[in-house]
Design a protein. Structure first.
Ligand SMILES: Nc1ncnc2c1ncn2[C@@H]1O[C@H](COP(=O)(O)OP(=O)(O)OP(=O)(O)O)[C@@H](O)[C@H]1O
Ligand SMILES: [Mg+2]
Length: 216
C-alpha cells in the first residue's frame, strides 16, 4: 500500500464536491494534485485549474491529466467519441516530492475501459481513499454502498467527508454502519474562494496521523 504516496479522492456521485475537497487537502498537506481522467472540457475548463486557483498552488505542484476529453461523459464513452482508448500504462503514479492528491471522475463504478472502472484504477494505484459524500437525505445508502465496494476489494478508506448542510444523524449512521470516520465536514457555502479553502484546510487531520491509524 502506497500510504506514504497520498490519497485517492472519490465520491458517491459526480458533482458531489471532490474538487473542493481535493483543493482543501492540497492546501492542508502541501500536496501535488493529479486528475488523471478529465472529461467534459467542451463545457468547462476542468478541475485542474480550479484546484490550482482554490488552493493557491504553484504550477510545480500540478500534474496535468493523462487524458482530457471533450464530452461530459464517463471516460470510456467520452474517449470513444474521440477514438481514444485509455492505456493503463499511462495511469501510473507520477514521481513527486511529498503527498499526491489524486481526484477520480464521478464515483466508483464509472467505466474507464471495457475492462476497467474507477474502482479498478484505485486498486492499481494502491492508494487509500477519501470518500466525499452528500450530507443530506439519501447519503446513507450511497455512502454505505460505496464503502462496501471498496472494502470487498481490500481498498483502505481513510474516512468520509460530508458536504452540505450539517446532518449529525447521517454522520453517526455512516460512521456506525460503515465502520469509518468522518474526517471533516464542509458546510453549504455561499462562495468558494481561496480564503474559504484556506480556512477549511485548518480542519483537516494530518496525513501521517491518518496513515498511522489505518496501517495499525
Ligand atoms: N459546500 C458547498 N457549498 C456550495 N457549493 C458547493 C459546495 N461544494 C461543492 N459545491 C459546488 O458544487 C459543484 C460541484 O462540486 P465539485 O466540482 O467539487 O464536484 P466534483 O465531485 O468534483 O464533480 P466532478 O465529478 O465533475 O469532478 C461546483 O460548482 C462547486 O462549486
Ligand atoms: Mg471534480
Amino acid at each position: 500500500m502506497n500510504f506514504q504516496r497520498g490519497v485517492f479522492v472519490t465520491g458517491t456521485d459526480t458533482g458531489i464536491g471532490k474538487t473542493l475537497v481535493s483543493a482543501i487537502l492540497c492546501r492542508a498537506w502541501n500536496a501535488t494534485y493529479w486528475k488523471p481522467l478529465q472529461t467534459g472540457l467542451a463545457d468547462e475548463e476542468g478541475d485542474t485549474p480550479t484546484v490550482r486557483e482554490l488552493a493557491g498552488m504553484s504550477p510545480a505542484r500540478i500534474i496535468p491529466p493523462a487524458y482530457a476529453f471533450q464530452a461530459p461523459l464517463a471516460p470510456l464513452a467520452a474517449g470513444y467519441l474521440e477514438n481514444v482508448t485509455v492505456n493503463p500504462g499511462r495511469l501510473v503514479l507520477p514521481q513527486v516530492q511529498g503527498p499526491l492528491v489524486v481526484e477520480g471522475a464521478g464515483g466508483l463504478m464509472v467505466p474507464v475501459r471495457e475492462d476497467m472502472m474507477i474502482v479498478d484504477l484505485i486498486n492499481s494505484l494502491d492508494l487509500p481513499v477519501v470518500l466525499v459524500t452528500r450530507s443530506g437525505l439519501g447519503t446513507i445508502n450511497h455512502t454505505l454502498l460505496s464503502l462496501e465496494a471498496l472494502r470487498r476489494r481490500g481498498i483502505p478508506v481513510l474516512g468520509v467527508v460530508p458536504v452540505g448542510p450539517s446532518n449529525p444523524g447521517n454522520e453517526y449512521d455512516i460512521a456506525h454502519f460503515g465502520k469509518t470516520n468522518i474526517l471533516f465536514r464542509i458546510p453549504q457555502l455561499d462562495a468558494i474562494t481561496e480564503t474559504v479553502v484556506s480556512g477549511l484546510s485548518g480542519h483537516v487531520p494530518l496525513l501521517d496521523v491518518l496513515q498511522q491509524q489505518i496501517s495499525q
